[in-house]
Design a protein around this ligand. Structure first.
Ligand SMILES: [Ca+2]
Length: 496
């Protein structure tokens, strides 16, 4: 695609006339979108930026219901009702250093630091039962406040390479490709909720309980059950930490690849760019170690189209005012992720929802050999708040003004607005039909053949222990409506 774009732009360049002396002078550097710090360009080889950014996001949370008591529309099947208004506020300090290594080759170090991020869920007056998991058990209570998170979001280490540069060869556009590794260097996010006081039914709850802590009291080894004849064990098992930190990083290692191309025509520089972000979960995060039933994190693909306008330049003083208008479309593939309900569901105290599901099944004692019971030695899977989020797109428009005040400093002021498509945030299936399994290991996915009462059985697939019927089953799923995000930032860059 980039190659094709190069051809297109190179073709147009033939029509570019040499500039007449009455035309305004231009600085010998590309637009901000495709500028690469250059190690050999007369002195300037280190750029250091500090940007303060504030982001506000709002969305409506909806839920499917099959209860006529919750919505009269459910009489005809599944209805959807609005259950909460979600709002999130984030302030960030973006630290960025760009070091020119060689001709149009730059090393980029980025450190986004979240100064504060919090979100709230406010009720919309939905009837009682709208937030139920099992009957009579609310998954979470409204209003709900997430913890305030702060810390290093990730460490980005990357390289940008300017393959083509219009200022070295006027017949060419400016073409930059780059790669960035994103590393979670701080505590991964853990779901946290209110620290509920002790009641008649149970002990006091900690804010950020371990997923295995069924009653959220910070104490392990509770809930003894007979897992097999003569074998009574705690369902909670044992966990070392009593409570966890809320954390701030995504707990993933990301690889971001991008390419962008621009071409200056007098005071206008149109450009386009493409980017892909792939993420792999780190084992210490609540994504947990790799397991066959776990879906991957959805990859993100984005395309930008924009134009930079340079209405005013004074080359002798290295001064330039530029205005950048950019449209970006981003597609996020389906996958496991932190959703708008991450904290609310992950800190649920609904007893049925917090029960573990066993990952393995084995043949039961039934002499026919046609039963399948839980394998008490298999992994216990607890809800963490991370859910299977559907694919969705978002569209962003942003405007940025840059004032280059002199040779060594420039300032930025920008604002953006984005819409994210509505999408299901809790989707799952009890049986994974894409994976085959022997009858004795099929557990609840083994059904008697309805046509021939006496076998052979029907196997719907391998059981998925991460499936939570309370939120994932059709008719009970949560949906985030079209989300609106506004952000604004101000920054300064010094160039050595
Ligand atoms: Ca406990």
């Amino acid at each position: 695609m980039l190659q094709c774009a190069v051809g297109l732009y190179a073709g147009e360049s033939a029509a570019l006339e040499p500039r007449s002396i009455t035309e305004p002078e231009v600085l010998q550097q590309p637009a901000m979108f495709t500028d690469v710090v250059d190690g050999f360009d007369g002195g300037t080889d280190l750029h250091f930026s500090l940007t303060y950014q504030h982001t506000w996001k709002t969305a409506r949370i909806e839920r499917e219901t099959q209860s006529v008591a919750v919505s009269a529309d459910a009489a005809g099947g599944t209805a959807r009702i609005a259950v909460a208004d979600y709002s999130e506020s984030t302030s960030r300090l973006n630290v960025r250093a760009e070091l020119g290594l060689y001709h149009d080759l730059a090393l980029i170090v980025r450190l986004p630091v979240i100064l504060s991020r919090s979100s709230t869920l406010r009720g919309r007056g939905a009837p009682a039962g709208a937030l139920e998991g099992a009957p009579g058990q609310e998954l979470f209570q409204l209003p709900f406040d997430s913890p305030n998170r702060s810390g290093v979001e990730y460490l980005g280490l990357g390289v940008d390479w300017g393959i083509l540069n219009q200022w070295r060869d006027a017949a060419q556009p400016t073409l930059v490709v780059g790669v960035e590794g994103r590393f979670s260097v701080s505590e991964p996010m853990h779901a946290c909720g209110p620290a509920r006081p002790a009641t008649e039914e149970g002990a006091a709850e900690v804010r950020c309980a371990q997923p295995a802590d069924i009653n959220r009291d910070g104490v392990s080894g509770q809930f003894p059950v007979a897992l097999a004849p003569g074998r009574v064990e705690s369902l909670e098992g044992s966990f070392a930490e009593q409570s966890r930190k809320a954390g701030v990083s995504r707990g993933t290692t990301g690889l971001e690849l991008h390419g962008m191309i621009s071409r200056r025509f007098a005071q206008l520089e149109p450009y386009m760019g493409l980017g892909v972000l792939l993420e792999l979960p780190s084992a210490s995060s609540d994504f947990g170690p790799d397991r066959p039933w776990k879906k991957s994190i959805g990859q993100r693909v984005g395309a930008s189209l924009g134009v930079e306008l340079m209405p005013w330049e004074v080359v002798e003083q290295f001064q330039r005012l530029s205005l950048d208008v950019r449209f970006t479309g981003t597609y996020r593939a389906a996958g496991r992720d932190y959703s708008e309900l991450f904290d609310a569901l992950g800190s649920s105290n609904a007893p049925a929802y917090r029960q573990p599901r066993f990952a393995g099944y084995r043949a039961g004692a039934d002499p026919s050999g046609r039963t399948s019971v839980i394998d008490p030695d298999s992994e216990r899977v607890f809800p963490t708040g991370i859910s299977n989020v559907d694919a969705h797109g978002s569209y962003a428009l942003r405007v940025q003004a840059r004032w280059q005040a002199g040779r060594y400093v420039h300032f930025d002021l920008a604002a953006g607005w984005a819409l994210t498509q509505q999408h299901v945030i809790t989707r799952g299936a009890p049986c994974d039909g894409s994976r085959s399994v022997d009858p004795e290991r099929a557990g609840p996915c083994l059904f008697a053949n309805p046509l021939v009462g006496d076998g052979p059985e029907v196997i719907a697939g391998r059981p998925d222990p991460s499936y939570r019927p309370e939120t994932d089953e059709a008719g009970h799923r949560f949906i985030v409506g079209t989300a609106s995000t506004v952000d604004a930032w101000v920054g300064a860059t010094v160039m050595f």
